[in-house]
Design a protein around this ligand. Structure first.
Ligand SMILES: *Cc1c(COP(=O)(O)O)cnc(C)c1O
Length: 366
């Protein structure tokens, strides 16, 4: 059996190469490289795909979250509630606007636990930013109710959840705003850095658009201290091609995940539990095992590449040393970080590779 990489972006490119070549040639020939027609079209198409009123393309996912918070007026002296189990960017977006990230533990599925949110609210709390981690919607209906009860903004970190649903709406359309990342390995990925803010609030969209483009209201009219975080035309043109395939790619991820589920049943490896009713798009296929490091080594020795999402919760990163004293306060996130493992998952992976991975896991034994 050939080695199984964790992710193979070249396989996806092969499947759409002629359309990508055409799209890139179109941008080169137009000679317009930042913002412009391709970006406007991508924003409209992605908004329609999501069912959101507005999408604003920005430079990356971290900036999308940061600009959403800034546009909502979150800043110095404020607190933002985020899950302890997430990628560092969620916390960095809060720190970037001068606010303080306040962590809450996750549930067994790895998602922010709504039961714990109320205890984290203080009179400085301005927003909560749940993460639709691994491609699965956090409990946005309950979180939305909590947000209204406490008068908080709800910003969704949708960087891993393009096309995931909470049972009713797609993630990224439920809160006041959402940040998407189009980092190459995401379910919808560019060929470089890219991101977007989605919102149903037209004024908020305009504010994000302005902040991301030097605070410019009209050419050389700067009404606030913005930054430069724009989506380039090449990435937008590439994303437009890929968006047309996103639903089919997500479907294939779901199909492969079901094969994993079936073949892992009865082994010592357990997939993380799923939220009933949530439409998972399996950005990652995450399992749990008490001897995780040994399992990862065994798979690696058999040519199967795995990763860990994430090996540390936010408060145990050196960058957040001021939160280090909270060790032990988020027991679910801490135990997940020691036991979770992400198996290979991408639409072009193929059922045979999934069967092979499960076969090797069977040989790993108990
Ligand atoms: C990828 C990711 C981000 C950041 O996106 P970038 O485009 O890399 O800046 C934020 N949050 C989560 C959960 C992510 O997975």
């Amino acid at each position: 059996m050939r080695p199984v990489p964790f992710l193979d972006l070249r396989a996806q490119l092969r499947s759409i190469r002629p359309e990508i070549d055409d799209a890139m040639a179109r941008v080169l020939d137009a000679g317009h490289f930042v913002h412009g027609d391709e970006v406007a079209r991508f924003e409209t198409e992605f908004a329609a795909w999501l069912g959101a009123d507005h999408v604003v393309g920005v430079g990356n996912g971290l900036d999308a979250l940061r600009l959403a918070l800034e546009a909502l007026g979150v800043g110095a002296g404020h607190e933002v509630i985020i899950p302890a189990n997430t990628y560092i960017a969620t916390a960095l977006a809060v720190s970037a606007v001068g606010a303080r990230p306040v962590l809450v533990d996750c549930d067994a599925a790895g998602l922010m636990d709504p039961d714990l949110v109320a205890t984290a609210v203080t009179d400085r709390t301005r927003a909560m930013m749940p993460v639709h981690l691994y491609g699965q919607a956090a409990d946005t209906s309950r979180l939305g109710r909590l947000a209204s009860r406490f008068g908080l903004a709800l910003v969704e970190d949708a960087a891993q959840s393009h096309g995931a649903s909470d049972g009713q709406c797609l993630t990224g359309t439920v809160g006041h705003a959402a940040g998407f990342s189009f980092y190459p390995g995401k379910n919808l990925g560019a060929f470089g850095d890219a991101g977007a803010v989605a919102t149903n609030d037209g004024l908020l969209a305009e504010k994000v658009r302005r902040l991301s483009n030097y605070g410019q209201a009209a050419k050389y009219v700067h009404i606030e201290k913005g930054c430069n975080s724009r989506l380039d035309s090449l990435q937008a043109a590439i994303l437009r091609v890929k968006l047309r395939n996103l639903a089919a790619w997500n479907q294939e991820r779901v199909r492969l995940a079901a094969i994993y589920d079936e073949l892992l049943a009865g082994t010592s490896v357990r997939p993380l539990p799923r939220r009933p009713g949530a439409g998972h798009v399996f950005h990652l296929y995450v399992v749990r095992h008490p001897r995780r490091d040994e399992l990862a080594r065994f798979l690696g020795d058999h040519g199967i590449q795995t990763l860990i999402h994430y090996p540390r919760p936010i408060h145990l990163h050196e960058a957040y040393r001021e939160l280090a004293s909270l060790e032990g306060r988020f027991p679910v996130a801490e135990s997940l970080s020691r036991e979770i493992l992400s198996l290979p998952m991408y639409p072009e992976l193929g059922a045979d590779a999934v069967r092979h991975v499960c076969e090797v896991i069977r040989r790993f034994g108990a």
